[in-house]
Write a protein that binds this ligand. Structure first.
Ligand code: FA5
Length: 349
């Protein structure tokens, strides 16, 4: 027995439990791995406090040693658990610090890449909207066409020199990839029961052509108006309105005499250059104007081919190159850019 009145074994057990409490206090405030390691050595090391107490066990009666051993093991386990907790707490704090340093929450969010309509689709939709606004209904025709619709009924008989104006991809002797959208005029007029008729047809056409302004596959828009007293002035007014709406209110048109077998008279239609507004520049080759379409009054021979009486009906037609319009609208100098699907090009629209 010692002075505190406790039996020796209870005193040692009490001391061990006190040690656990002190260790808990030390580890709670430990702010570094070094401090935690020092605390471990201080309590659990070979010369540590727990070992020191255990070494005194030799002085105790053998019967009391197991109960002390039990408490000593509990205390050691408790201190080891506190050490593990302390290390985990330090590691978490360290990770939070790294995250805080590497993530700048004030940065703007990452932008989603948005898809957009192809510039040709945008141009086609704009052209269709304007023509619908001018009273035209949309019409469609096949891309593989019979000679009758593509040439014959359009007053271009076999061996006519005008066939050389459009170099053709033939599928068969009388069947071809259509070289223009004008066959849709023929199909429209053959189905016509009672004038007036205003139709517009957008679609792919094919020619054996290839350079920076000519593609073997391209798009045209055909416009056709048939009534009893259609004049050239109606054609000019329609085209002027079309150009000012598709390009800009200040855009002007100029008509030059031309030749198409299916229209008489015929005209090439130029638009004032969008780059210099008609002043003359490199783009318009200093003329102030750029050609965008062909047009004219329906030839009497075409009316006869579709069983309409040229004495009773009259009409105009025009054919626009869509790529040409898009090149002018967006200032593009090479037609092939439209078909290469290069995102750096397409993302600009
Ligand atoms: C015609 O195709 C006529 N059918 C247009 C027409 C319709 C005239 C109705 C009168 C009445 P042309 O061959 O000029 O005409 O072609 C019309 C437009 O298509 C040209 O002004 C040009 O812009 C475009 N074009 C012609 N060939 C190509 C090509 N290979 N690549 C891209 N665009 C082309």
């Amino acid at each position: 027995m010692h002075g505190d009145g406790l039996p020796e074994a209870s005193r040692v057990q009490q001391e061990l439990k006190e040690l656990a409490k002190v260790a808990e206090g030390d580890l709670k405030d430990a702010g570094s791995r070094e401090k935690i390691e020092a605390t471990r050595v201080h309590f659990l090391g070979k010369k540590g406090l727990v070992s020191k107490i255990l070494r005194q066990m030799g002085d105790l009666p053998a019967a009391e040693r197991p109960s002390i051993g039990l408490v000593a093991n509990e205390v050691r386990d408790r201190i080891e658990a506190l050490i593990d907790e302390g290390i985990a707490r330090l590691e978490n704090a360290q990770r939070d610090l790294v995250l805080l340093e590497s993530i700048d929450v004030t940065l703007p969010g990452r932008r989603q890449r948005m898809g957009a309509k192809h510039p040709l689709t945008q141009t086609i939709e704009k052209i269709q909207d304007v023509l619908k606004g001018l009273g035209f209904d949309l019409a469609f025709g096949p891309e593989i066409e019979h000679d009758f619709y593509n040439f014959e009924a359009l007053n271009v008989p076999a061996h006519h020199p005008a066939r050389e104006m459009q170099d053709t991809f033939y599928v068969d002797r009388d069947v071809m990839l259509r070289t223009h959208t004008s066959p849709v005029q023929i199909r429209g007029m053959l189905a016509l029961k009672e004038p007036p008729m205003r139709i517009a047809s957008v679609g792919r056409v094919y020619r054996r052509d290839q350079d920076v302004t000519h593609s073997p596959v391209f798009h045209q828009v055909e416009g056709l108006f048939v009534d009893d007293k259609v004049t050239f002035a109606d054609l000019k007014g329609t085209l002027a309105s079309f150009v000012s709406q598709v390009f800009s209110p200040t855009a002007r048109i100029r008509l030059r005499p031309s030749y198409f077998p299916f229209t008489e008279p015929s005209a090439e239609v130029d638009m004032s250059c969008f780059a210099c507004d008609g002043q003359g520049c490199r783009l318009c080759k200093n003329t102030g104007f750029i050609e965008i379409l062909g047009a004219g009054m329906i030839d009497p021979e075409v009316f006869k081919a579709v069983n309409l009486d040229p004495e009773k009906v009259s009409g105009f037609a025009f054919g626009i190159g869509v790529e040409r319009v898009a090149m002018l609208k967006y200032g593009i100098s090479d037609i092939r850019l439209f078909y290469e699907n290069d995102l750096r090009f397409l993302e600009q629209f």
